[in-house]
Design a protein around this ligand. Structure first.
Ligand SMILES: [Zn+2]
Length: 380
């Protein structure tokens, strides 16, 4: 039933429309045009003003069997850079870019799949529950579209986001995350004529950084220090360093414990270098922000059972897996909408080597269609 050629054309048209984060407007209007003939309600929310972008989240409601509860499907419209003037190539059934941009299969393969499924539902008059389609903005820059979505506009209590790799897997777990900014304040001085008047913030920060664990701390938890900024010139003793890091954990208690431990270790180490001068330097300042909650859907949840039985109907097996990264699904869950993540076949995302196989996109489309049929038959 899935029309492979139409799916390929949909995808090619989508990736040719630039939509790096905060510039999703053109892509959104293209989608609205395609969705027009489906007799659906469409609305763009006001998330664009919160994100500083040219567009908000696109919410689409497709009427279905009224007695059934609505179900949500989501994908994000934005891409990372280099994502401008993408020229897709299809060779041996694999889409790629020309090698100097990303492809944008993350997440336009998902958008193409959802559109293709809508065409098939309509052509074949397949009974389905009311569908809510959500196309978010700014996923790639901190899940900002999902964070600023007006949740009163959605009625679904559960759904699926299409935004991972393996079309034979369903992701039901993803870690929660905290962002940490570690700042060391030292004292500025001329490095040649009066170094003894200075306190070198870079040097002190290096001692504190050396005591922080990074990498995979255990099966549940990871930690990274990813950015460092500081200093003004080689002849100036630097008075400020900022180190940006993150902690992620599938276990919310461990997330808080590790975050606290990192902050305490950092502060204690910096404090140990403090002299007796009045200005209380060097000093650590630590800013902790909760980035997103974890995603946790039990294996016996309806979302998982429906997807697995849909896969079985197609003669396939669907693996239940967990992811190390957060996605819009983490945010939806925190707002009371349980959302599991399905794969589209995208590979090597966020790189100029990004690809997606058309056969995998067909597989993903078949699964989404079968899930919707299953729900349409009252498989709830
Ligand atoms: Zn993505």
């Amino acid at each position: 039933m899935i029309n492979k050629d139409r799916l390929a054309r949909l995808f090619i048209d989508l990736v040719r429309i630039d939509s790096v984060s905060r510039e999703e407007g053109r892509l959104c209007r293209h989608l609205q045009g395609l969705l027009g003939p489906f007799g659906c309600r469409q609305e763009v929310d006001s998330a664009g003003s919160a994100t500083g972008g040219d567009c908000g989240n696109l919410i689409v409601k497709i009427p279905g069997v009224d007695s059934l509860p609505p179900i949500l499907f989501s994908a994000h419209m934005d891409t990372v850079e280099p994502g401008r003037s993408v020229e897709p190539r299809l060779s041996n059934g694999i889409f790629s870019s020309t090698g100097d941009t990303i492809l944008g299969a993350d997440d336009k393969s998902a958008i193409a799949i959802l559109l293709e499924v809508l065409y098939v539902l309509k052509e074949n008059e397949i009974p389905h529950p009311p569908l809510e389609l959500l196309f978010t903005v700014c996923e790639e820059v901190g899940l900002l579209g999902a964070k600023n979505l007006d949740y009163t506009k959605l009625e679904s209590k559960m759904g699926y986001a299409l935004d991972t790799r393996n079309p034979d897997a369903i992701v039901t777990r993803a870690p929660a995350a905290n962002k940490l900014n570690f700042i060391v304040l030292g004292r500025e001085a001329h490095a040649g004529s009066s170094p003894e008047k200075g306190i070198n913030a870079i040097s002190v920060a290096s001692k504190a950084v050396a005591r922080l664990p990074v990498g995979r701390l255990d099966e549940m938890t990871t930690c990274n220090l990813g950015l460092i900024h500081g200093g003004t010139a080689t002849n100036v003793v630097p008075n400020r360093v900022l180190i940006e890091g993150e902690v992620r954990s599938h276990d919310p208690e461990q997330l808080e414990e590790v975050t606290r431990r990192l902050a305490d270790t950092f502060t204690e180490t910096v404090d140990a270098y403090r002299g007796l001068e009045e200005d209380d330097l060097p000093r650590a300042e630590i800013d902790i922000q909760h980035d997103f909650d974890r995603l946790f859907i039990p294996d016996d949840h309806l979302l998982v059972k429906s997807a697995r039985s849909a896969a079985r109907n197609l003669g396939r097996d669907l693996q239940v897996t967990r992811s190390g990264g957060g996605s819009d699904a983490n945010i939806f869950t925190a707002h009371g909408i349980q959302v599991a993540v399905l794969g589209t076949g995208m590979e090597n995302v966020h790189s100029v080597r990004e690809t997606v196989s058309l056969a995998d996109m067909v597989k993903a489309s078949e699964l989404v269609l079968e899930i919707i049929r299953h729900w349409g038959k009252g498989g709830l």
